[in-house]
Design a protein around this ligand. Structure first.
Ligand SMILES: O=C(O)CCC(=O)C(=O)O
Length: 283
């Protein structure tokens, strides 16, 4: 069975709802880790060799990563939470070598979504998006630039932080460094409070983040010129949808009015996976 079409189990959904994240260990095979890591390294050498890289629009800048958009081992978590009317709105490739010396203090803690966290009035705010982080270096120990998170913090709108981001401030209570091996994937709710940490090891940190949201929320990545790129004709209809090119490109289509010409809807419907107990999966 292609795991892309395995729905999240009831237990996984319960854990995700409680903790705000899931770690999928060994999601990628060693060969896949080599393939994607080499692709990231090639891009890194062209961009900021030897320095930190935070490169937006992951697939546009590194087309070899297209297979991560709907990777069979983890894509089921995405459509199980967001349903079929989804796309990738924000993605980035990050490479962080050892920091030369202790970095000046900076409060990196945030929830994803930018102004969504100011402009939405509910408490807790809605989930709206989820993210996959694909790890390509050994972060099995803390101190290697691990992502830090506060488990279970995704339904908390506010975290007591410093009055200015550049002030020395203790980590929030309950913060943990996510320890992962190459090929592990972290699936997380955008609202979980998280922060990058500095890499004090000799292992260069390599990771790709892919963020998904509803098609009625606009895409932050650069996607307009993707159909002109040479690899585009090899992308599947679902991958094209995820990259912002589904249907006739109108707002009505993005609104979800035309499931029959929305590729992910077709894939799920054809497999009998439109579970009507999950609102986002209802046509
Ligand atoms: O690079 C990291 O570990 C943090 C990434 C991050 O903050 C984000 O994806 O919003």
């Amino acid at each position: 069975m292609n795991l892309a079409w395995r729905a999240m189990t009831v237990d996984e959904r319960g854990q995700f709802d409680k903790d705000g994240y899931l770690i999928i260990r060994g999601a990628l095979s060693p060969e896949e880790v080599d393939f994607y890591r080499s692709a990231i390294e090639r891009v890194y050498v062209r961009h900021t060799p030897g320095e930190a890289m935070h490169l937006l629009s992951a697939v546009r800048n590194c087309p070899d990563l297209v297979g991560l958009l709907d990777h069979p081992a983890v894509f089921g978590y995405v459509w199980s939470t967001l349903g079929w009317n989804a796309h990738v709105h924000h993605s980035h490739i990050d490479v962080h070598p050892r920091v030369a010396e202790r970095e000046p203090s900076w409060w990196h803690w945030h929830q994803d979504g930018g102004r969504q966290n100011r402009e939405l009035e509910t408490d807790p705010r809605p989930r709206l998006s989820v993210k996959l982080a694909y790890w390509f270096s050994d972060l099995a120990e803390p101190g290697r630039g691990n992502l830090t998170i506060v488990p279970g913090s995704h339904k908390t709108n506010w975290l007591p932080g410093p009055p200015r981001r550049d002030l020395e401030w203790p980590q929030p209570p309950g913060a943990v460094e996510v320890t992962v091996n190459p090929g592990d994937v972290l699936f997380f709710d955008r609202r979980i409070w998280h922060a990058r940490s500095d890499n004090y090891s000799d292992i260069t940190r390599k990771v790709a983040f892919i963020g998904y949201t509803y098609r009625w929320i606009t895409i932050r990545d650069e996607v307009a010129d993707l159909p002109a790129q040479p690899w585009w004709h090899n992308a599947s209809p679902v991958q094209r949808q995820l990259l912002g090119h589904a249907g006739d490109g109108t707002g009505d289509h993005a609104w979800g009015h035309f499931p029959d010409t929305t590729p992910l809807y077709g894939e799920l419907a054809g497999r009998g996976l439109l579970d009507s107990s999950i609102p986002a999966l209802i046509p």
